[in-house]
Write a protein that binds this ligand. Structure first.
Ligand SMILES: Cc1ncc(COP(=O)(O)O)c(C=O)c1O
Length: 396
C-alpha cells in the first residue's frame, strides 16, 4: 500500500523552496493523489510571491515576516526567494528554525517576554533586535547579552486603537504614561533605539495605524530622546466572507502619511506582517468522516489547524471537493462541524454553507488558512497532519 501510494504521487518539486513537496495543478488532484488519512495542508506559491512583492514594493521600510503565522520551511524559503530577508521570531525554537533554514536572514526577537536561555541563544546566533515592555525585561536583555553595545532595542507600546478583529493589546505593551521613562533608560544601552506596537490582528481600519503612530510620537516627544527606528507591527488584514478590508496599499498610504506628519520621514521603519503575507497562500482540506444530519465530523478541528474556525469562529471562504467523481447539487445548507478528537470543545459552530448533498468522504476546503493553521496543531489524540502540498495554478 505504501509503495503504491508513493508511486501514485507526483514527482517532488526541484525548486529549492518547495523541495520535498508534491506539486499538483489543483486541490482536487492533490487530495486524490495523496490519499491521506489526515487533513491536507495546501500551499499556493504564486500567491505567496504576489503578497511578498506587494509588501516589498508598497511598504517603504523593511518587512519582517512574523514567523509564528506559518513557520513551515517551504514558506520561509519561498519568502526568501521572493526577497524577504527579515524575520520576526518569538521563541528559541523559531530563532533556531529560521537561522538554520535561512542562514543569511536578519532576525528580530519581538516577543516582549523571553526566557534568559532564549535571549542568550538568540544573541549567540546573531540576533541583535529585541523588544521589551518592562524595565525588568530590559535588564534581562542587558544581562544575558553581557552588556552588549550593538543592540537594537524596541519598546513595545500599549497603544489604544480601534479596528482589529483580533484584539492583541491586553497582554503586552508598556502603558504610554510609563513609556518616556523606559525610553530614556533604554537609550543608555541601545545602539539603536526603537518603538514597536501591534494594532491587533486583521485590523480593518488603516487609520488605526495612524492613531498608533500618533501615540508613539507623543511618547517619544515626552521622553525627549533620539529615536532610530519605528516598527508599526503586524495586523494587516485579509478578505474573509463578511470582512472586506480596504486594499493593502491604502494601509501603506495612511502609514506613510502618518509617519511624515509626525516627523518620522527619515526614521528607519519596519513592519511585521504575518497573516497578510501568508493567509491567502494556504488552505486546509479536511475530510468528512461522518455526517449526522447537519453535523459534519471532520478529520481536523480546533486542536488542529482549524482552531480559528472553531474558537474565534473565523469566517473562512469554503470549497467542497467530492471524494468521488459526482458533482454537487445547487442547494446549500448551513452545517456545524466537529473535529476528530474526543474532546467536546473540538467543535465549530459555523454555520458552514456547503452543498446539501455533502457526505462522508468529501473534503471541506478552508481557504485563506495559510496563516495560523498548520502551526496551531496540538497533536492531541494523535490527530495532526504533516502533509503539505503545493498547488500551482487556480485553487480547487
Ligand atoms: C509581535 C508580533 N508581530 C507580528 C505579529 C503578526 O500579526 P499579524 O498576523 O496580525 O500580521 C504578531 C501576531 O501575534 C505579533 O505578536
Amino acid at each position: 500500500m505504501q509503495v503504491l501510494e508513493v508511486l501514485r504521487r507526483s514527482p517532488t518539486n526541484e525548486n529549492w523552496a518547495l523541495e520535498g513537496l508534491n506539486t499538483y495543478a489543483s486541490v482536487r488532484d492533490a487530495i486524490a493523489a495523496e490519499d491521506c488519512n489526515d487533513s491536507v495542508h495546501v500551499f499556493y506559491p504564486e500567491k505567496l510571491a504576489e503578497m511578498a512583492t506587494r509588501f516589498l514594493n508598497g511598504f517603504r521600510g523593511t518587512n519582517l515576516y512574523a514567523v509564528k503565522a506559518n513557520p513551515h520551511p517551504a514558506i520561509l524559503k519561498s519568502l526568501w526567494q521572493a526577497g524577504i530577508r527579515d524575520f520576526d521570531v518569538a521563541s528559541l525554537r523559531e530563532v533556531d528554525l529560521v537561522s538554520k533554514t535561512l542562514p543569511g536572514a536578519n532576525l528580530y526577537f519581538m516577543h516582549p517576554v523571553k526566557s534568559r536561555q532564549a535571549i542568550r541563544y538568540a544573541y549567540a546566533m546573531g540576533v541583535r533586535g529585541f523588544s521589551f515592555d518592562t524595565l525588568d525585561e530590559l535588564l534581562k536583555i542587558e544581562e544575558e547579552t553581557s552588556g552588549a553595545t550593538d543592540l537594537r532595542l524596541f519598546l513595545r507600546l500599549g497603544v489604544a486603537v480601534q479596528g482589529a478583529a483580533y484584539e492583541l493589546s491586553g497582554k503586552f505593551g508598556a502603558p504610554l504614561a510609563l513609556a518616556p521613562l523606559m525610553l530614556q533608560r533604554a537609550r543608555l544601552s541601545a545602539q539603536r533605539l526603537g518603538v514597536c506596537f501591534h494594532v491587533g490582528s486583521q485590523c480593518m481600519r488603516p487609520e488605526a495605524f495612524a492613531d498608533a503612530i500618533g501615540q508613539a510620537a507623543a511618547a517619544i516627544k515626552a521622553a525627549d530622546v533620539k529615536l532610530d527606528i519605528i516598527d508599526v507591527g503586524g495586523g494587516f488584514p485579509v478578505a474573509y466572507p463578511g470582512m472586506e478590508p480596504p486594499a493593502l496599499e491604502e494601509y501603506f498610504r495612511v502609514i506613510h502619511a502618518a509617519l511624515d506628519t509626525h516627523g518620522f520621514e527619515d526614521t528607519e521603519t519596519l513592519c511585521e506582517p504575518g497573516r497578510a503575507l501568508v493567509a491567502e497562500a494556504g488552505a486546509v482540506a479536511a475530510r468528512i468522516e461522518l455526517r449526522k444530519g447537519t453535523d459534519l465530523y471532520l478529520n481536523d478541528g480546533t486542536y488542529g489547524a482549524l482552531f480559528d474556525a472553531g474558537v474565534p469562529e473565523w469566517p473562512f471562504p469554503l470549497d467542497l471537493v467530492a471524494g468521488d467523481d459526482r458533482t454537487f447539487g445547487e442547494a446549500v445548507i448551513g452545517y456545524r462541524a466537529y473535529g476528530p478528537t474526543c474532546d467536546s470543545c473540538d467543535k465549530m459552530a459555523g454555520p458552514f454553507p456547503l452543498a446539501a448533498d455533502a457526505r462522508e468522504g468529501d473534503w471541506v476546503v478552508f481557504e485563506h488558512l495559510g496563516a495560523y493553521g498548520l502551526t496551531m496543531q496540538a497533536r492531541f489524540n494523535g490527530f495532526y497532519s504533516e502533509t503539505l502540498v503545493a498547488v500551482s495554478g487556480t485553487p480547487t
